[in-house]
Design a protein around this ligand. Structure first.
Ligand SMILES: Nc1ncnc2c1ncn2[C@@H]1O[C@H](COP(=O)(O)OP(=O)(O)OP(=O)(O)O)[C@@H](O)[C@H]1O
Ligand SMILES: [Mg+2]
Length: 419
């Protein structure tokens, strides 16, 4: 993949040549509890000590500190790799910096490619640096040194939901855990949508839902997040960005973003949890490749629902609960965004489902996910075949809107945006 040095593309004056500490601060200082947003920055590409503006809980690490805690980003500390670059595990404590709480962290190295990479790094720092909630992953700090951009998060011991649902040799998640994850993620989205300054997350998908040791779900990756519409506006107009298979069709077609776009993506993840299938899977027969198109007719049909339920659940779920969850997914996936529920309502619908246990026999038995184990990771190979940039990760290029409405023919990725 050709990599244009980002310094070559940034407009004149957007680059800081010397050490971060020697430059004047250009970020507006927060005067009240109001969250600082992108538009509050005098120049979103000139960023100085963000920790001063965003609060002292955010640490501005040096590159050498982050090298030290990850053994120079060694392969043995690699946790995974997304569209933006590798993520390594590390440990921090007060030997690194006085006052630092001893904890494991995940260090994400952004593979900067032009302005978009820096913009997404900054969005992550600005949103996650200020938003705190039990269902959002905690940003511990960041590094901004020359062309390097890194993010330091709390370490999530159980990794991503994607790994649990779809990776080879993963253990099938029991029904109760699936519900717990769904409700946690829904609460995270509801919090964003109902914040004093609402936030549209725009990249809700299984790989961005991280799991704590007790399967508490936390949303990560705020690179594509947007401030919600203000005043009388009904939507935010944006370039279409997101991930194949999760983005709401009306958003892909028009670029009009609303909180209801997140609700659609939530519906897709709920469907993945019910069926154990990826949102897009090019290894399946053509009519089954789009999960939404394949599953939709079954969701409101109590007699046929079992045909799409994940076989790895081995029947160990409440039938009534599954029917309620499937009907909710159907609503979230409505063509008309107005018919989709609010995330708050989603939480209200799902919480009582946890108490339905009539068809679940005995203690949960963890069964090996044989169907997935036999196959080479379907989603990843599917992505290669369809040449979606970033190996199925979110597209850093705008997605081209399409004219005709169809769930399967919605996406066409334009060539990578070069600034
Ligand atoms: N805080 C964390 N704790 C533990 N593991 C993490 C953490 N953050 C990321 N990871 C691991 O790193 C992997 C890559 O994450 P990353 O967000 O970069 O990519 P992605 O979500 O797979 O794709 P995308 O680039 O589209 O977001 C995750 O799937 C997860 O396994
Ligand atoms: Mg991610």
């Amino acid at each position: 993949m050709p990599c244009i040095p980002w310094k070559a593309i940034l407009p004149a004056g957007c680059l800081r040549e010397s050490s971060p500490k020697t430059n004047k601060r250009v970020v507006a200082k927060q005067t009240s509890f109001q969250r600082l947003s992108f538009s509050d920055l005098s120049d979103p590409f000139l960023v100085e000590d963000l920790s001063l503006s965003l609060g002292s809980s955010l640490h501005n690490f040096t590159l050498s500190e982050l090298k030290a805690i990850t053994q120079n980003f060694s392969a043995s500390f690699l946790l995974g790799e997304g569209g933006f670059g590798p993520v390594h595990k590390g440990y921090i404590d007060d030997k690194l910096r006085p006052g630092l709480k001893a904890q494991a962290v995940a260090v994400k190295l952004l593979d900067l490619e032009g302005l978009q990479g820096h913009r997404e790094w900054l969005a992550e720092v600005i949103f996650l640096g200020q938003l705190r909630h039990p269902h959002l992953v905690k940003l511990v700090g960041y590094c901004y040194e020359d062309e390097h951009r890194l993010l330091v998060y709390e370490f999530m011991p159980k990794g991503s939901l994607e790994n649990h649902l779809f990776k080879r040799f993963s253990i099938s998640l029991p029904w109760a855990i699936r519900l717990k994850i769904t409700i946690g993620a829904a609460k995270g989205l509801a919090f964003l949508h109902e914040a004093e300054k609402p936030v549209i997350y725009r990249d809700f998908k299984a790989s961005n839902i991280l799991l704590d040791s007790d399967y508490t779900a936390k949303l990560s990756d705020f690179g594509l997040a947007k401030d919600g519409p203000e005043g009388d506006e009904t939507h935010v107009s944006t370039r279409v960005m997101g991930t194949h298979g999760y983005a709401a069709p009306e958003y892909v077609m028009t670029g009009h973003l609303t909180a209801k776009s997140d609700v659609y993506s939530f519906g897709v993840v709920l469907l993945e949890l019910l069926t154990g299938r990826r949102s897009m899977d090019k290894t399946r027969p053509s009519r089954e490749q789009s999960l939404v198109e394949w599953a939709r007719p079954y969701l409101n049909n109590s007699k046929k629902l079992n045909r799409v339920m994940d076989p790895n659940l081995d029947g160990q779920y409440s039938i009534k609960g599954a029917q309620k969850a499937a009907a909710l997914a159907y609503q979230c996936l409505s063509h008309n965004p107005k018919n989709r529920p609010l995330m708050r309502q989603v939480v209200e619908i799902l919480e009582p489902v946890q108490d339905l246990k009539e068809d679940i026999v005995g203690p949960f038995v963890y069964t090996a996910a044989m169907e997935n184990a036999r196959k080479p990771d379907p989603g990843r190979s599917a992505v290669k075949e369809t040449k979606i940039p970033n190996g199925g990760h979110r597209s850093r290029s705008p997605m081209s809107p399409t004219k005709a409405y169809s769930d399967t023919a919605l996406y066409k990725n334009s060539p990578r945006h070069k600034g």
